[in-house]
Design a binder for this molecule. Structure first.
Ligand code: BES
Ligand code: MN
Ligand code: MN
Length: 462
């Protein structure tokens, strides 16, 4: 194969400029104020896919934001790789915590990225990682060495639960037919410790509302005699974990897959420094389920976290008031075999059952999705492993991630193919946080590595 490293070096500046232009469009899917920009981003992605050598490019409308679909079919007898990614990004707020505006990308050096990193919302999650695939495609088509068929499916609603992608996938089995699905929307251990993500956690996301009295009350006249929904809500939330940090919802752990001691020992071989972890987050100590290590707690174990909580008076100064209502948004990260709809049901039943008579409780499910694990003996995994070995000079370590891409399990269910997660981000890249960034080295290394996946997958497929 003609050297992708050389091609990347020669086109480095252009590759960076193109990504920077894409990052300037604020494609925030959660906030309808950004609608025009989300749509504009879809057009832009479609244009870039065409330029990269795709023959068919479509902007497929959905009930929400469109799906950009593109393909290049060179021979029906050759395998087909389906690339998935997302062009939408998380909201940028809290904006005041950004050191440079979120949609005005700048390149700055960091401890983990001595060669510089691009700072912008979406730099790593997922515009930067998605665009690596577009540029890898450009390399393969322009040097005449695309070894197999390629399909791209880039959506604009991942950050809001991929609500319309499921329908699209269900209605387009034939069109999306493939031999492997390739995604770069995860991370790796470190730039000198390549890894392949072999698992994602599932998710159940709910909102709860606790109502006490029918109106806000004077906290002196009524305080002590009526239920304060904020007091009650916080007590209810606190009771969801016991002293060992186990989740107390009956049945919650019923289907949790327990890993063998051998599997856990294998996991523990991945390089990890607890001291560096604590230092990076400015914490004296870590916190989590008794009996499990930090890396186990955030990958093979299910969790429950409050993502937001509000109610009562939060303006300037003090106001003596007992609020009528209190709210919280709660997410549960799930592991394989836990069914998200079942868990949502268990949560609802339990949460309603622990509420005292003095309040009313409403639980509203948001979105969710199943977890995913992929074996390391599949053709796709082997091809990815060889690709990393070629460009990193090291065999990658299989590693389960704590994050979720709920659509991946649906891909397997509907399209019957395995997903390979070749992520090039680092945990320190601050995805979803202020000052999100993506290493310039990582971006270019991704473009260099991806073509080898195509090459090895096609060879192994024969
Ligand atoms: N790309 C992330 C998921 C991710 C990041 C997985 C890093 C593994 C490592 C994705 O965009 C995301 O943020 N997913 C959401 C779930 C979604 C339903 C909003 C998540 O994990 O919170
Ligand atoms: Mn993502
Ligand atoms: Mn995300």
């Amino acid at each position: 194969m003609q050297d992708s490293k050389l091609y990347v070096e020669e086109n480095k500046q252009r590759f960076l400029n193109e990504l920077i232009d894409l990052l300037k469009i604020p494609s925030v899917s959660a906030d309808s104020a950004f609608k025009d920009n989300v749509l504009l981003t879809a057009d832009e992605v479609a244009k870039r896919l065409k330029e990269a050598g795709c023959d068919t490019v479509e902007i497929c409308p959905t009930d929400g934001y469109p799906i950009v679909y593109a393909e290049k079919i060179i021979d029906k007898n050759l395998p087909t790789v389906l690339v998935y990614g997302h062009y939408d990004v998380q909201p940028a707020d809290p904006i005041e915590l950004w050191h440079s505006p979120p949609f005005e990308p700048v390149i700055k050096k960091t401890d983990f990225h001595p060669e510089g990193a691009i700072f912008a919302r979406g730099a790593c999650d997922d515009k930067g990682q998605m665009y690596m695939h577009v540029k890898a495609m450009e390399f393969m088509t322009s040097t005449n060495q695309l070894p197999c068929n390629v399909k791209f499916m880039i959506e604009g609603e991942e950050e809001v639960g991929s609500v319309n992608l499921g329908t699209y996938v269900k209605n387009n089995h034939e069109k999306l037919k493939n031999d492997v699905i390739l995604i770069s929307d995860t991370g790796m251990i470190a730039n000198d410790v390549p890894s392949i993500t072999t698992g994602l956690r599932g998710l159940s996301y709910v909102e709860v509302e606790v109502t006490g009295p029918n109106r806000d009350l004077h906290s002196g006249l009524y305080g002590g005699a009526v239920a304060n929904p904020i007091n009650i809500l916080t007590q209810m939330i606190a009771s969801l974990h016991d002293e060992d940090n186990h989740i107390t919802i009956p049945g919650f752990y019923d289907n949790v897959e327990e890993l063998s001691l051998e599997e856990r020992a294998e996991m523990a071989k991945a390089p990890f420094s607890l001291d560096a972890y604590k230092k990076a987050l400015d914490m004296e100590d870590v916190h989590g389920e008794k009996g499990y290590t930090t890396n186990e707690r955030n990958s093979i174990r299910p969790t429950l976290d409050v993502n937001g909580i509000w109610g009562g008076y939060i303006g300037e100064g003090a106001k003596t008031v007992i609020a009528s209502k209190a709210y919280a948004k709660i997410s549960m990260r799930l592991v394989p075999n836990q069914d998200w709809e079942n868990i949502t049901e268990l949560f609802k039943t339990h949460f309603e059952s622990i509420a005292p008579k003095s309040v009313k409780v409403k639980v509203t499910p948001h979105h969710g999705g199943q977890g995913y694990v992929t074996p390391i003996d599949s053709l796709g995994y082997q091809a990815a492993s060889k690709a990393y070995e070629t460009t990193f000079g090291k065999k990658p370590i299989p590693q389960r991630s704590g994050g979720s891409i709920p659509i991946v399990s649906l891909f397997e269910q509907e399209l019957k193919s395995k997903t390979i997660l070749m992520g090039f981000g680092l945990d320190s890249d601050a995805i979803h946080s202020p000052n999100e960034h993506f290493g310039v080295w990582n971006y270019l290394k991704g473009i260099e590595t991806i073509p080898y996946f195509y090459k090895y997958f096609t060879e192994l497929f024969k």
